[in-house]
Design a protein around this ligand. Structure first.
Ligand SMILES: [Ca+2]
Ligand SMILES: [Ca+2]
Length: 459
């Protein structure tokens, strides 16, 4: 490392004359994890989760009326062709708000749009048949399907006298599916304890220490986890609001039924996120990366990309994202953030509206291709200042890449040290027409257009 720094500084001095501007900052960051996330798919013929890019296949308040599953059914083939390897669905079962619910107020875990309760037969998204048909189509095109699992809280129970609180509570659940009836003893407070690590709003807070609750959620042959996997066809799990319960719940679920698992631990603290992934033995959404990208691309200070993120700490457990159903704001520099996550480590997610409505689909498809074909190996940051960021992926079963992000209002050029000697390289985004040859010492001059990016690799 030290020799590297010294030779780096010598080379930097030699080439300063040709740099477009003074080097303001040089930092080097490497992660030890070389291999991308790879999990063997449970179902025959599916792409390994983590080999490509995840699609968050919904946004807040998608069209109601029971048509969403059919909408997705028409898109999964194109997504698979573009390099998507998994789709994340909203919670699929009947919730208290029935045909209007986005699913995060779960009532009957086994009503997928087939029982007339909570104001409708179908869920907001459609019928059970429409759901399973769409999942079959996704599988046909090699996509894994990830379920959104909301088990911190329930909603829609009937009022009952609660012996633990001495009051009346809405904790009497009588779902028409006939599965997983619940009562006061299954929620906090109860005979086991007053509460767990968190409650959400005023919802009934499930007690996962209750053996009956564990049985119905993941242990029994007809548990939610096994039914969703074996009968409905889910391949992986996205756990909602995991701050609301202990990480062993996710670990036990995953150990029981397997499958890729990612938790929504909404916290920017890298140590906390890293701790959770270890305790839960699951991936986590990289909220640290999300907030640093906000500072970098909305706050117009790319130096924030030097800060720590979960993918830098533990790339194999980081699921990176630019926005999601809770945060779906539009920003001018969003495509730069996608250029960042799709060229860096971690398992990147693309948000439905960004792909289908808001951003240029061809540019995203190009970045997905770059992610799946060039973005391998560890990461070295080559340059950062407020307006420019250059990093290289060092390659892992592929050639690696150099990504140059430019948040200034004009074209920028920069000499950088690649991993390639005497080699012709090109910009795989097509933004630059340069095809420079790297020097014997691996240095080369590259360029990036204003408010845009370029991605370089072997021609
Ligand atoms: Ca329908
Ligand atoms: Ca809780």
């Amino acid at each position: 490392m030290k020799n590297f720094k010294i030779s780096y500084l010598i080379l930097l001095f030699l080439f300063t004359w040709s740099c477009s501007e003074e080097e303001t900052r040089q930092e080097e960051s490497s992660t030890t994890k070389e291999a991308p996330i790879m999990q063997s798919a449970q179902r025959e013929g599916l792409k390994p989760i983590g080999s490509g890019v995840m699609m968050q296949a919904f946004y807040w308040d998608v069209p109601a009326g029971g048509t969403w599953w059919n909408t997705l059914d028409t898109k999964v083939q194109d997504w698979s062709n573009a390099g998507i390897d998994a789709i994340w669905l909203p919670p699929v079962s009947k919730a208290q708000n029935g045909p209007f619910s986005m699913g995060y107020d779960p009532f009957d875990y086994f009503d997928f749009g087939e029982y007339n309760q909570m104001g409708s037969v179908e869920t907001r998204f459609g019928s059970r048949t429409e759901l399973t048909n769409m999942i079959d189509t996704a599988h046909q095109y090699g996509l894994s399907v990830i379920a959104d699992i909301v088990i911190n809280h329930n909603s829609g129970g009937d009022l009952e006298a609660n012996p633990y609180t001495g009051t009346n509570t809405y904790s009497d659940f009588n779902p028409l599916s006939g599965n997983f009836f619940r009562s006061a003893t299954d929620f906090h407070s109860n005979n086991i304890h007053a509460n767990d690590s968190g409650a959400f709003g005023g919802f009934s807070d499930l007690c996962h220490d209750q053996a009956y609750v564990q049985d119905w959620l993941w242990k029994n042959p007809n548990s939610v986890a096994k039914y969703y996997r074996d009968v409905i066809g889910f391949d992986g799990w996205r756990f909602d609001y995991v701050k609301g319960f202990e990480p062993w719940v996710v670990k036990d679920w995953k150990n029981e039924v397997g499958g890729f698992s990612v938790g929504e631990y909404w916290d920017s603290n890298v140590s906390t996120l890293d701790y959770w992934t270890g305790a839960a033995e699951a991936s986590a959404f990289d909220f640290a990366c999300y907030y640093k990208m906000k500072d970098a691309f909305m706050g117009n200070n790319l130096n924030a990309l030097n800060d720590n993120m979960l993918w830098k700490q533990n790339a194999s457990k980081a699921v990176t994202f630019v926005t999601n159903h809770d945060t779906d704001e539009i920003t001018n520099n969003k495509i730069l953030a996608y250029a960042y996550i799709l060229t860096h480590e971690g398992y990147p997610t693309i948000f439905y509206r960004d792909y289908e409505e808001w951003l240029n689909k061809e540019r995203l498809n190009n970045l997905i291709w770059i992610h799946n074909n060039l973005a391998g190996g560890s990461t070295t940051i080559l340059h950062v200042d407020t307006e420019e960021y250059v990093a290289k992926r060092n390659g892992y079963n592929n050639d690696g890449l150099v990504v140059y992000i430019n948040n200034s209002d004009s074209w920028q050029e920069r000499w950088v040290e690649t991993n390639w000697s005497n080699t012709v390289i090109k910009d795989y985004t097509g933004h630059s027409s340069w095809e420079p040859t790297t020097q014997s010492g691996k240095w080369v001059k590259i360029q990036a257009p204003p408010k845009s990016y370029s991605v370089w690799s072997l021609k």
